[in-house]
Structures are given as structure tokens and as C-alpha cells.
Design a protein around this ligand. Structure first.
Ligand code: ACO
Ligand code: LMR
Length: 264
């Protein structure tokens, strides 16, 4: 038989050896001819399968709704400061991306992990939130700097409305809403934030579509695919902020002394 030289890399998501590249086994020409969108491309390259339109539309909504949130948030601020220091596009972009993490935009995976674990174990919202408090862990997906009970996050409302109308089942999202009801009884700003909405709704997408086995869902949650949605989305805005600063020919940023508390 043939002896295959051992390879140094294994790759399973794309292939450029034929006359045209394939994403997840689907030829690029077919992606274009069928009029598929970026949600389909993400499905093929991240989840290694085609997903139904209601799922790819949801993925696209996440990307569109998280693309930007103004100049004052952590990521945009870093990008603006970096662009104003005369750095190039990639440096300005990654400087903003580096702020994405457990407090800002990168709580989606942990929200999915904790909501899934609590729901699957049958914890009441009270038991879940209080057990997190005992462990000294803030509930990922809950809380916001400017959003509150009386100033809800439109992104969350839009995603919830879409899922209620299009997903077969929204049990994880409904559980997250019950958690929010409990946390709102403690403080006004402890709303379900966009990370928590995407985290819980993606669990519903994975479990409800019937296209993922239980071990596959566990692996997606364990590896942590979902922060990728925010990283990808916010790159659109951060690139925009870089161009904006350069177009405006903004000078080097220096923070005002008056805004620093100098103390010993
Ligand atoms: N779970 C439980 N209690 C909380 C939470 C939470 N998620 N968030 C705030 N609190 C409570 C705590 O008691 C906190 O006191 P502590 O500092 O002793 O822990 C108290 O509220 C005061 O916190 P705030 O000043 O209101 O919170 P802040 O405005 O600094 O933080 C933040 C906002 C970072 C979003 C916070 O709520 C949090 O860490 N949430 C979890 C992570 C998360 O979901 N981040 C994504 C936000 S959405 C986005 O970035 C796109
Ligand atoms: C965002 O998407 O950047 C915001 O939710 C964060 C913020 O602090 O407003």
C-alpha cells in the first residue's frame, strides 16, 4: 500500500487545493451562486456544517448588533488612542480587541457555561445567583455600566424578540431572564446584558436546531466559540474608529491631569 509521510498540520475546515477554495466542503462558487451570507460562512468555518436560515440570520444579527457601541467603551477607546499615536490599522485594531474579556464583550462563553450548568442542574435563579455570590464570582452576562431596568439594551430586546419568533425553543434564554428578574431585585443595573443574551440564546440555537449532538454542544461551550462573535463583530467598529481618527487627523492623545486623582 501507499506510505503516507506524516504531516505537521491537520486541518478540517477549508481546502484550497482544487480549482477553487472550499469552506467546509462547499465550493466558493456555490456559496455565491446560492446567495449565501456571512452567517453561512461562519457556520461552515466555525461549526463545520450548513445551518438553516433562521440560525444564520441570528448569527448575522449578533454581528450587526455588536459591530459598535460608540467611542467611549473600552475597545473603541484603546483603538482611538492607538490610532492617534500614529499607529497603523492592525495595531489600532488589536489594541482595541485586547480589551475584550471577562468584563467587556468577552463574557459570552462564560455566560453560556454558567447558565447551561445551572439550568441543566435544575438550580433556581436564587440558588444559582447566591451560589455564585458565595464563590465570589460575578454572574457573567449580567450587569452593565449604563444600561438598567429603565434603560434596557435594545440589542438584547431585538435578539430576544427574534428568537422567540423563530427558534423552536428558548429555554436557556427564559432561564437567563428569570436570573435577570432576581438580580434586578438586588440592583437596577443588574440587567441581562448583550453577552448574556447571546450566550443563552446560542445555547438554544445549538440545542434546538437538532443539528448538534450533546457532546458537540459541550465541546463548543467548553472550547469557547462564542466570544468569537463579539470579537468578529466589534472588529468592524474598531476598524471604523481607526479610519475616523485618521480622517480627522487627530493629534496624539494625552489624558488631562484634572481627570487623574494623584494621591499617595
Ligand atoms: N453579578 C453579580 N453581582 C454583580 C454583577 C454581576 N454580574 N455585576 C455587578 N454586580 C454587583 C456587585 O455586588 C458589585 O460589587 P463588587 O464590585 O463588590 O463585585 C456591584 O454590583 C457594583 O458593580 P457595578 O459598579 O454596578 O458594576 P460595574 O459597573 O463596575 O460593572 C460590569 C459592570 C463589568 C458589566 C459588571 O456588571 C460585570 O462584571 N458583569 C459580568 C461580566 C459581563 O457580563 N460583562 C459583559 C458586559 S456587556 C458588554 O461588555 C458588551
Ligand atoms: C458595548 O457593547 O461596547 C457596551 O455594551 C459596553 C458599554 O460599556 O457600553
Amino acid at each position: 500500500g501507499k506510505v503516507r509521510a506524516p504531516t505537521h498540520i491537520i486541518s478540517t475546515i477549508s481546502d484550497d487545493r482544487g480549482d477553487e477554495p472550499c469552506y467546509g466542503g462547499v465550493k466558493m462558487s456555490s456559496i455565491i451562486e446560492k446567495g449565501l451570507g456571512v452567517g453561512d460562512v461562519i457556520s461552515l468555518l466555525w461549526f463545520k456544517r450548513s445551518l438553516p436560515r433562521y440560525c444564520t440570520r441570528f448569527i448575522e444579527m449578533c454581528i450587526m448588533l455588536c459591530a459598535d457601541h460608540g467611542p467611549c467603551v473600552s475597545g473603541a477607546h484603546n483603538t482611538i488612542v492607538t490610532a492617534r499615536a500614529g499607529k497603523d490599522l492592525v495595531s489600532s485594531l488589536v489594541s482595541g480587541l485586547l480589551t475584550i474579556g471577562p468584563r467587556f464583550g468577552g463574557a459570552i462563553d462564560d455566560a453560556a457555561r454558567y447558565f447551561k450548568d445551572a439550568y441543566d442542574r435544575g438550580l433556581t435563579p436564587y440558588e444559582f445567583v447566591e451560589s455564585m455570590k458565595k464563590k465570589g464570582i460575578r454572574v457573567p452576562g449580567i450587569g452593565h455600566r449604563i444600561k438598567s431596568r429603565d434603560n434596557r439594551d435594545k440589542r438584547v430586546e431585538l435578539l430576544q424578540k427574534y428568537a422567540r419568533e423563530n427558534f423552536p425553543n428558548v429555554k436557556y434564554m427564559e432561564y437567563a431572564v428569570q436570573v435577570e428578574t432576581y438580580t434586578l431585585s438586588k440592583a437596577n443595573n443588574l440587567v441581562l446584558n448583550v453577552d448574556g443574551a447571546i450566550g443563552s440564546l446560542f445555547l438554544d440555537l445549538l440545542a434546538g436546531s437538532g443539528l448538534f449532538t450533546k457532546p458537540e454542544i459541550d465541546e463548543i461551550v467548553e472550547i469557547g466559540y462564542l466570544n468569537g462573535l463579539f470579537v468578529l463583530a466589534r472588529s468592524i467598529g474598531l476598524i471604523g474608529h481607526t479610519f475616523d481618527q485618521k480622517r480627522l487627523k487627530q493629534p496624539l492623545y494625552r489624558h488631562p491631569w484634572e481627570d487623574v486623582l494623584y494621591t499617595k
